[in-house]
Design a protein around this ligand. Structure first.
Ligand SMILES: *Cc1c(COP(=O)(O)O)cnc(C)c1O
Length: 464
């Protein structure tokens, strides 16, 4: 299996190379050169499998010869060993044909763990085999950074540095980044906001001397291996509810288009997904694109579902590639337009296809709080604000019928206790394994919003 760039002008790579590279050299994102299929019987045979076994079968065709069967089995088994539920990603029923898919049973209580834990193990095996060591640097508004730290802590072949905006992440999020004790983990509290952190990260990747010197690597959500890991739970949940003998639908709270794109991949592979519904918060660029056909950047308005406060949905480019008949030149042209004018308009054919593949809805702050309160009253379930955005949009789109609707529950409510308590009056408790989070000592380095200051710290820490 080879991977090609959505902009058509970077070399084709193996799975391992695409994973270690992240962004293609022509600025594009890597996608498989074709979508591997699973037959009706192969999908039916997933029924009753352990999550790890299903993950192996779904991901195998994408891996090619980058990892042996034995390596992949070990990688998957280590990745999910720390999840606190036997099913790894269990379903919870909240109504007739109405389900939540809980993706928050990993170490940092958000769905990013599902992919990041796998990536950590994939990197470790690949780098050890190559005899290489990399420095992973990431910028986070909260969830991605803690998931990356949890995934890479204690691994031999990696140092991980996470920049977060000092004073602007929740206490739980900060402590998840500052309390790990391993030497290869470095939490950097930057004197700035999230955009500053992201800008410094980009500067760092453009500083080629530094980049080569420290073997800089990234694990942000454009990394193909992250999308792939997320395809698995579409299969396991659909099969648990009767697929491939009957179709299921999904509603996905999304910002960067990563999670919903994984659902699209599952459909391309043959999973009978009836409807794929995009749920956005008030930062609704994706919903507006489906409504109007124009992708127009606006400023980000902070919300109580901060992990979806995004104005450029980077993974959308992967969908665009298919919508434009895999014409890399056409994708590159639209992306140039976006960079220059802050917007582009989809050609009519692409828009019609987009509307065949996806539906969309959005959710205001007030509606998010109301959704948390209503669900709690009706079912006793306490959900996080991101999940609530999905629950609200799924309810709007509800049709009478027998197709189950699965809404992705992307974080544990205890990660956002203030917003949840304000909405429904219940303060969600951290799970027992994390109950001492607030007693553990913190360790972080404060740093100015300044490229050379940040680079100096990284050099010093890795002994360069
Ligand atoms: C990252 C995140 C999302 C959005 O994920 P996408 O990759 O943008 O689809 C939703 N909810 C939570 C809790 C997240 O951390």
């Amino acid at each position: 299996m080879k991977y090609i760039s959505t902009r058509g002008r970077a070399p084709a790579l193996s799975f391992e190379e695409a994973m270690l590279t992240g962004l293609a050299r022509d600025g594009g994102l890597y996608v498989p050169e074709s979508w591997p299929g699973m037959s009706f019987d192969e999908i039916a045979d997933l029924a009753g499998c352990r999550y790890e076994e299903a993950a192996f079968r779904v991901m195998r065709p994408f891996i090619g010869d980058s990892f042996t069967d034995e390596e992949l089995t070990g990688i998957i088994s280590r990745a999910y060993a720390g999840f606190d539920h036997e099913a790894r990603c269990p379903l919870v029923q909240i109504g007739e044909n109405d389900f939540l898919l809980e993706l928050h049973h990993g170490p940092t209580l958000a769905f990013k763990d599902v992919a990041m834990q796998l990536i950590g193990q994939l990197f470790e095996v690949a780098l050890t085999r190559r005899g290489e060591r990399v420095t992973i640097v990431g910028a986070t508004s909260g969830d991605t950074g803690s998931a990356a730290i949890e995934a890479f802590r204690g691994l031999d072949a990696v140092d991980v540095f996470i920049m977060f905006p000092d004073g602007r992440v929740s206490d739980v999020q900060r402590r998840q980044m500052t309390t790990p004790t391993e030497d290869n983990v470095h939490a950097l509290a930057v004197d700035g906001d999230f955009d500053d952190c992201q800008a410094r990260l980009k500067d760092m990747f453009n500083d080629f001397t530094f980049r080569d010197e420290v073997h800089l690597a990234g694990v942000n959500s454009i990394n193909w291996a992250r999308v792939l890991a997320q395809v698995v739970y579409y299969f396991t949940s659909a099969v648990a509810l009767g697929a491939p003998h009957r179709p299921v639908s999904f509603t996905v709270p999304t910002g960067n288009f990563g999670d919903i794109f994984a659902g699209y991949v599952a459909r391309r592979m043959g999973l009978p997904i009836d409807r794929l519904i995009i749920a956005t918060n008030q930062n609704n660029i994706l919903h507006r694109t489906l409504e109007t056909g124009s992708y127009v950047k606006q400023g980000v308005t902070p919300s109580i579902s901060p992990s979806m406060d995004i104005q450029v949905s980077s993974n959308f480019e992967r969908a665009l590639f298919d919508l434009l008949d895999r014409d890399g030149r056409a994708v590159a042209q639209l992306m140039e337009e976006l960079a220059e004018k802050g917007s582009f308009t989809l050609p009519q054919g692409a828009l019609s296809r987009l509307r065949i593949e996806f539906e969309s809805g959005d959710c205001s702050e007030e509606e998010t709080r109301a959704a948390i309160a209503t669900l709690y009253k009706m079912t006793g379930e306490v959900v996080c604000p991101h999940t609530a955005v999905g629950v609200k949009v799924a309810a709007d789109k509800r049709m009478v019928g027998r197709v189950p609707m699965i809404t992705l529950a992307t974080a544990h409510a205890a990660k956002f206790p203030d917003a949840v308590e304000e909405a429904c009056g219940v303060r969600p408790e951290l799970p027992a394994r994390m109950a001492d989070l607030f007693d553990r000592p913190e360790r972080m380095t404060r740093v100015a919003n300044d490229l050379s200051a940040i680079e100096a710290i990284i050099r010093e820490r890795i002994g360069k």
